[in-house]
Structures are given as structure tokens and as C-alpha cells.
Design a binder for this molecule. Sequence first.
Ligand code: LLP
Length: 422
Amino acid sequence: MNHFELRAGELHCEDVSLARLAAEVGTPVYVYSSATLERHYTVLRDALVSAGLEAPLIAFAVKANPNLAVLRTLGRLGAGADVVSEGEVRRALAAGIPAERIVFSGVGKSEREIEFALQVGVAEINVESEPELHLVNTVAQRLGVRAQVAVRVNPDVEAGGHAKISTGKAENKFGVSFAEAERLYANASNMAGVKPVGVACHIGSQITELAPMEAAFGKMRGLVERLRGEGLSVDRLDLGGGLGVPYFNQPEPPSPEAYAQMIARAMGGLDIQFAFEPGRMIAANAGVLVAQVLHVNRRPEGRNFLVLDAAMNDLLRPAMYDAYHDIRPVTPREGAPETYDVVGPVCETGDTFTRDRPLPPLAAGDLVAFMSAGAYGAAMSSEYNSRLLVPEVLVRGGDYAVVRPRPSYDDMLERERPAPWL
Ligand code: LLP
């Protein structure tokens, strides 16, 4: 469920008309609903708690939407943060998420990043390889601290989804095998600079079936039991990212309740603190990208190009993953649907959001909303073609705030420095 709906013929985000917002802030613009963010977080938390998982740590995957206002909205409800860079640690802290709710993941953390994470006292560093474990041990000893680490396992399951975002097969770069994890965990328990506190896995993103997760989680449970059988203490089990979301034309993913019950089933009775790293299921349907139609370019051979003022630099997912986003007119017109290729102004054919999409009739000046764009939307935006970084707005009830303003062209140019010889 989300809070974007037609009211009196106009698409609204909560109580704010997107047409009014676009007139005041300009387009393209990302718009997020506080109510949807809050609802998705609480529905997940309540489902996990009702399934019997006590005090789970829900560490929002900052990569999905790093906007400080979004992080603050979730942090106030008790969310932690799953981070993959020093920048993300800094964002989580700046948004008021305490270090003890921050989990640091990622295959290639630099020495500098590990040092920073230990200095601020993050709850856990998920180590993904033996060299990384040694590096964390060395840095921690130098700082005179004991780093709490979890060993990230690659459970070697096929999770479906797009090849660029599936992570849980042995051939992917993430994590270590189960055998390796047992060895590393035992080694880590003898190191002066680290304290192994748990194990972690993440099998991929936009997963719309429970079966691959259940298979992976069953194997994780076995690992916890084997480690404990060897007399090692395992306090935390991090089950990685969340479920996929319906991008309109896809099968409806399982509900948070079904997900929570599957975990309870797979883990039945395992006494451990559970951690989760959901991004998409919390943020995707909480955001839209609003763009304006610049031209309707009707080709004599029958193709209609809808040229928007938003481009692949603002929303990369269609170009990068052939991702489908529902496109809705902000003020739908009456009339028979027409078929459009929806494109942006960037100078490459990849700047195509969709081809042959039947949509209500549209004209130059109309506004459209790309739905389900709150995760990996603004997060992956760039200034490609020297287009200004797309602004972000957070709505709450009838109020809105521009939480990342559109920069000026001077801002863009002033970031650079002349080379002394030029
Ligand atoms: N934890 C780890 C270790 C991850 O690598 C990811 C996502 C997550 C959690 C969050 O997964 P989620 O709950 O959002 O499914 N840019 C792509 C998605 C990349 C996901 C990368 N890792 C997209 O736009 O679809």
C-alpha cells in the first residue's frame, strides 16, 4: 500500500497535489511520502515481532535511498542502517541513527573506512573474506578496540531476479562458503582485535519468491548450530536485504507477514538476535519521479516518442536493468490509450524508459509520474550530460519540504578547479 492516489482527477502524494508541487519546485523531481515510508517499516517490524522474532534490528539499506530526511524518518521509528561506505556511515550518523544500530557491509572496505567505522563504534562489521578479517583485526588492534564482526556467507542459492543484482551464487563476488565461514569464525575468535558476534547473508535484491530465501536461511541456521556445537558463541544472524516489490506488471511478491512466518519456520526456536537489511521493500513504493512531457514526437511510420525532461541520469534502472516502472499521468486526460516510447533528452538510445507502452493520451506540458522510484532512483542519479542533479521532496500530510534542492549551474561549475597550466 502507498499514499499516491488520484484525487479530483489529480495524482496526489498524501494531501499534496503533484501538479502543484511540480509548479512550485519544477521538474524533474523525486517526491517521497513519509506515511508510506513509515507504514512499510512498521508493517515489517510488526510482522517480524508477531512471528516471534524478538527485537529484530531492521537496518535500512542506505544505498536504496540515502537522503538524510528519509533516513531520519526511518531512524525515528527505531530503524538502524545497513551501510557500505564511509559516506553512508556518515549519512546514517548525520540522520541521527546511533552507531549501535549501524551494520557495515560490502566486499571492499578500505583501511580508512574500517578505521572510521571503528572510531565511531558501529555495531558490526560484516567481513566478506579472509584478507578483510585480517585487515579489521590489524586496524582494531592499532586503535586499541575489539571490532564486532559477522562473517558474511555466500549461501550458493539461485535467487532469480536480474543477473546484475543477484549476489548469492558461489560465482558472485560476495561472502565466503559455509566451510570457509566456519574456519574464519573459529580463527576470528582467537584474534585480539576482533570479536565474532554473528553470521550474515544476502542472496540478492528484487526477489519475489520465498523459496530461495528459505533455502538459504535453512543453511544459515545449520551454520549457527555447527558453530555453537564447536563451543563458539553466535549472538546475531543477519538475513540481508528484503523482499522485492511489485513494479506493476510483475507477480505480486509475498507479504511481509508471509516473509516473517517463513523466517519463523526456518529458524524455529533458534535463540538469536535477528538483523535485516531491507531497502527496496521500504522505500520503492514510497517515492515517485515526476517529469514533464517536452514533446510528443509522432513519427510518420507510427512510432510516438514521448520526450520527457527526465532522463537516464535521473532514473537509471530502466537503462541499466531493463526495469519496468509504471508511468502515470499526473492529470489523466480522457481518451483512448496511445502507444508511446518514453525517452529522455540524453544523447544515447539507452536513454529509453520504455518502448511500446500503452498510456492515456498525453500532450506537451503534461506531467507524468514514474511510480515505485523511491529506492535506487535518486540514489543512482548523476549529472551525466551536465544535467543538474535531480531534487528531492519529502511530503508529510499536507506539507512538503525540499530535502535536496536542485543545484544551480553555478553550483555545478564551482565544484571544479582550473588546472594551473590552463
Ligand atoms: N544488504 C546488502 C548486503 C545488499 O547488497 C543489498 C542490496 C541490500 C541489503 C538491500 O537489498 P534490498 O532490500 O533493497 O533488496 N540498484 C539495484 C539494486 C541493487 C541492490 C544491491 N544490494 C536496483 O535498482 O534494482
